[in-house]
Design a binder for this molecule. Structure first.
Ligand code: HXC
Length: 259
């Protein structure tokens, strides 16, 4: 499979997917999301693939979020569509995949990047990784399932703290609160993910798929995701969103007015 923004290959029944926009810290633009949707569908339907390892190119970032430059002039309606499209094609598609996905978090996992990692079934972080949901610094909220999945993984208190402060946490702290399964030196990241999938490969594929489906079914609060999409869209109608994005692009601190 040849993609513009992804590297992908199947080796010994494991599909390796690398988001490959290193200069933009692997930010998720529309084209990357479309390619991810394609590779996720490939994994689901290809018997040879028994598990997927998803990572980012380079040593600095897994994914630094949705591509801010792409949505900087969106209306509320466009914001909602962006979120809904991503939920349907990528984030829910990973979570509902019959194949186990492991996020190998090789650096910054921020905003949509952490949301992507959280949609995966397991997360392994390198010891230099930093994780966070900084959307409120842009006048937004997480829109790719983050408000729901972070709460599921770490509980309401920590989730609200992380989302409202927008603070990044270290890989070690992420492991303490259950946000990642393991922390390893960067050079061991992929081999740790392989070790887990090599065990799963020996198990019954249909039972593995049934187990994933059952665990995920216990967690999904459909209404919560609908609320998140609506609220995400409304943020685009605020002055603070315009200020937050301008400040990012102009590399300065934002001044918010609450409108
Ligand atoms: C577009 C991005 C980007 C992003 C980084 N870049 N993150 N471009 N979208 N999310 C680009 C920068 O503009 C810059 O390009 C290059 O990548 C390197 O980034 P720097 O900022 O120069 O690197 P550094 O100073 O080391 O800081 C790293 C960083 C910072 C802390 C990760 O880049 C950062 O704060 N990024 C934004 C993180 C964020 O707010 N994510 C949430 C996005 S909203 P140039 O061309 O200047 O070299 C989101 C919503 C999801 O994810 C829901 C959607 C429905």
């Amino acid at each position: 499979m040849a993609y513009q923004n992804l590297l992908s290959e199947v080796k010994e029944n494991i599909l390796y997917v690398t988001i490959n926009r290193e200069k933009a810290l692997n930010a998720l633009n529309k084209d990357t999301l479309a390619e991810l949707a394609d590779v996720i569908a490939f994994a689901a339907k290809t018997d040879e693939v028994r598990g997927v390892i998803l990572t980012g190119a380079g040593e600095k970032a897994f994914v630094a979020g949705a591509d801010i430059k792409e949505f900087s002039d969106y209306s509320g309606q466009q914001g909602q569509e962006l979120a809904k499209h991503g939920h349907d094609l990528v984030f829910n598609a990973i979570e509902n995949s019959p194949k186990p996905f492991i996020a190998a978090i090789n650096g910054f996992a921020l905003g949509g990047g952490l949301e992507l990692a959280m949609a995966c079934h397991m997360r392994i972080a390198s010891d230099n990784a930093k994780l966070g949901l900084p959307e409120v610094t842009l006048g937004l909220i997480p829109g790719y399932g983050g408000t729901q999945r972070l709460t599921q993984l770490v509980g309401k208190g920590k989730a609200i703290e992380m989302i409202t402060t927008a603070s990044m946490i270290t890989a070690v702290d992420a492991e303490k609160i259950g946000l990642v399964n393991y922390v390893v030196p960067q050079m061991d990241l992929i081999s740790k993910a392989q070790e887990i999938l090599n065990v799963i490969k020996q198990r019954a594929p249909l039972a593995v798929a049934a187990a994933i489906k059952s665990v995920v079914a216990s967690l999904n609060e459909t209404d919560g995701y609908v609320v998140e999409i609506e609220e995400f869209g409304k943020c685009f109608e605020t002055e603070d969103f315009k200020e937050g994005v301008s400040a990012f692009v102009e590399k300065r601190r934002a001044t918010f007015i609450g409108k």
